[in-house]
Design a protein around this ligand. Structure first.
Ligand code: SER
Length: 598
């Protein structure tokens, strides 16, 4: 089975079950300060799981591009990837456990759809928390998911193939510190010898590969760590495309599917080594293929990420440099990342048209990054050999970073290979002294995470709309949003504008925004199709992110913007708007930090 066929079958199936098919969202989350990447299909859908109306209705499905940096250390086996595609279907307060499980089962086993052998499938359900006396409110005490268990039994799964597992395995979310979450049921496929399928399911046996996860999102985890019932009961499911494709083709290794194999073959050609030649070679080839693919997909997104020392750019740099080091270990002499990128465009060009638009920039940036790093890699490795004693202190680690461009994680990895330790704390202190990077590497930003949907964040989000409209009035129509990042404390907003704003311009923007706040305009949300939104002059991304229908938030005639929400009900709720800082954020892009004083 081809990947394109699997994607299509999934979408066709859920369309036949009344789901609206929506496009993949960007890999870079909008309005989410706590996480760098879209980590799951549900991630861009959090507002709808929390109760906002989705323009596509209560049932949607899609294929979502995802990046998980938490799995970087596991990359090298047969199933973990930094970039992956997730097939997902959602119910926003519509169907729940019974329908979700029955649909999953039908799609997996019906000969009309995937037609998998029922005898090679097993499942797990949430066993319940240890202390049934305590209430679900504080996180413990969520009960055994008997309902899911019984549904599977009725579908004919033998008891021995239904594992009851604890919260650690069978509870999903929230994606960050707060947000929707709940018990889940996971489906596993036996990828080993079909004649030797064990009678019982055992989640320690890695020949049982997890292929699908149905999450029953009925709780919200709040800031103070409590679990409260959500307004509506939702379903969030995720099926890993790469794993499923492997299973459908009777393979035992995701890298042998068409989503990776052309990259691996290219690496074989460049290195003169054979995949499978030794464990070490296989692992190195997998890491190179995985990392360059992830770097290409991140840079290929329309947000224009390039290798740098902060945020998403730092992850791209870290991935590319790690791949370059493994490439060298495999004996690849010349620059190779561009060649691999071409293979990646070949694999995904038809699916993600943004790669076409951004391909030239991706190749250029990769080439630059590789040339820059290759110059220092060798010297840095020699320096590392010299340092290799019992421990590497923070200053030395920082020197490897600053002088030779070794990301901290790479130094730590090299050190581990030679059984020495790196003083990471001291490194971070050094780094802060040099005022670079700081937050990205140190503040745990690599964990997944979602913005809290708290009231302050919502207010600042509404203020951001007002500010964009004001900027366009004061500076001109060339101003468009380039990015935004909102916490409960402040908003950060990037927009296109070629020069520094004058004090007078800043004052005018502040004044205008405060006028609109004081005139207490209602914030109205209207659903319409993309063309209507364009005609009415709404700001926003017109790549019809939600298929045909979009939501437009209106504040009088002043602001019209395509947006998923959430927003406050009236501009009068906002308090006083104030610009704290205006600075450059790349060529032709300015950045404003602003706050609301209550
Ligand atoms: N959010 C769940 C996961 O990532 C299901 O989509 O597995």
């Amino acid at each position: 089975m081809k990947a394109s066929e699997l994607r299509q079958k999934y979408l066709d199936f859920f369309k036949s079950k009344g789901h609206t098919i929506i496009p993949s969202d960007s890999l870079i989350p909008q309005n989410d300060p706590t996480t760098l990447f879209t980590t799951a299909g549900m991630h861009p859908l959090v507002p709808y799981l929390m109760g906002e109306d989705h323009p596509g209705g209560k049932r949607v499905a899609n294929v979502q591009k995802c990046i998980r940096t938490t799995d970087i250390d596991e990359v090298g086996d047969t199933t973990h990837h930094t970039f992956f595609e997730m097939l997902g279907n959602w119910s926003f307060g519509d169907y729940f456990k019974k329908e979700a499980i029955e649909m999953s089962w039908e799609f997996l086993t019906s000969p009309e759809w995937l037609g998998l052998d029922k005898d090679r499938l097993a499942v797990s359900v949430f066993e319940g928390d240890a202390d049934p006396e305590s209430s679900a409110d504080d996180g413990a005490g969520a009960p055994f998911d008997e309902e899911a268990y019984e549904i599977w039994r009725k579908l004919g799964i033998p008891e021995k193939r239904i594992a009851k597992l604890p919260r650690k395995q069978n509870w999903w979310g929230p994606a960050g510190e707060t947000g929707p979450c709940g018990p889940d049921t996971e489906m596993f496929y036996w990828v080993g010898d079909p004649d030797k399928v064990p009678e019982s399911f055992n989640d320690d046996n890695d020949q049982w590969v997890e292929i699908w996860n149905d999450v029953f999102m009925e709780y919200e985890k709040t800031k103070d760590g409590k679990f409260i019932p959500l307004k509506q009961k939702n379903v969030d499911t995720g099926m890993g495309l790469e794993r499923m494709l492997t299973a459908m083709n009777g393979l035992d290794d995701n890298y042998k599917t068409e989503l990776f194999w052309p990259i691996i073959e290219k690496i074989e050609g460049l290195s003169g080594k054979k995949y499978g030649g030794s464990e070490e070679i296989t692992k190195a080839m997998r890491i190179v293929a995985d990392h360059i693919k992830a770097a290409v997909m991140i840079m290929g997104d329309d947000k224009g990420i390039t290798p740098s020392n902060t945020d998403q750019g730092y992850i791209v740099r870290r991935l590319a440099r790690r791949a370059i080091r493994y490439g060298k270990q495999l004996g690849v002499e010349n620059n190779f990342t561009k060649d691999l990128a071409q293979e990646i465009f070949g694999i995904y060009g038809d699916v993600y048209s943004e790669l076409d638009r951004n391909g030239g920039r991706v190749l250029e940036e990769l080439e630059k990054e590789e040339s820059k790093f290759k110059d220092t890699l060798e010297k840095g490795l020699r320096q590392f050999e010299k340092l290799k004693k019992d421990n590497i202190d923070g200053k030395e680690a920082f020197n490897l970073y600053q002088t030779y461009g070794f990301p901290l994680e790479m130094t730590v990895e090299l050190a581990k290979e030679s059984g020495v330790k790196v003083d990471e704390e001291e490194f971070k202190k050094e780094l802060e002294k040099h005022q670079e990077l700081s937050r990205t590497a140190s503040a745990g930003k690599f964990k997944g995470g979602l913005a809290d949907s708290g009231e302050e964040t919502k207010k600042l989000h509404t203020a951001a709309h007002l500010m964009l409209a004001a900027l366009r009035k004061i500076l001109g129509d060339h101003v468009h949003q380039k990015g935004s990042n909102i916490t409960a404390e402040r908003l950060r907003f990037d927009f296109s504008h070629p020069e520094k704003m004058t004090d007078e311009q800043k004052e005018k923007v502040e004044k205008l925004v405060n006028e609109i706040i004081n005139s207490k305009l209602p914030v109205i949300c209207e659903e319409m199709n993309v063309d209507e939104a364009r005609e009415m002059g709404a700001e926003g991304v017109f790549d019809s992110k939600y298929g045909d229908k979009v939501k437009v938030y209106l504040m009088g005639e002043f602001s019209k913007e395509i947006c998923g929400g959430p927003h406050v009900k009236n501009t009068g709720e906002l308090g006083r708007f104030k610009i704290i800082k205006e600075e450059s954020s790349g060529a032709g892009v300015r950045r404003i930090k602003a706050v609301l004083d209550n």
